[in-house]
Design a protein around this ligand. Structure first.
Ligand SMILES: [Zn+2]
Length: 66
């Protein structure tokens, strides 16, 4: 079974687990492994950027007094 990637229009063979989902939801959009990796990498980059902003906002606190 083959499916088409929505980003690069390339046909590819989905992983067994992905194929199961495909059969259930044939009209869902799927990405080829390459595009999937690229997207997830972008998501990770954005996440880390947000974390950086969060930590920069926090005021640095001294060591805990025990
Ligand atoms: Zn693709």
């Amino acid at each position: 079974m083959k499916t088409k990637c929505v980003l690069c229009d390339r046909t590819f063979t989905p992983a067994p687990l992905q194929e199961k989902k495909l059969r259930k939801h044939p009209h869902r959009m799927f990405l080829c492994p390459e595009c999937h990796q690229r997207i997830s990498q972008q998501t990770l980059d954005r996440k880390s950027e947000m974390d950086r902003r969060k930590t920069s906002c926090q005021s640095s606190s001294g060591p805990q007094s025990g």
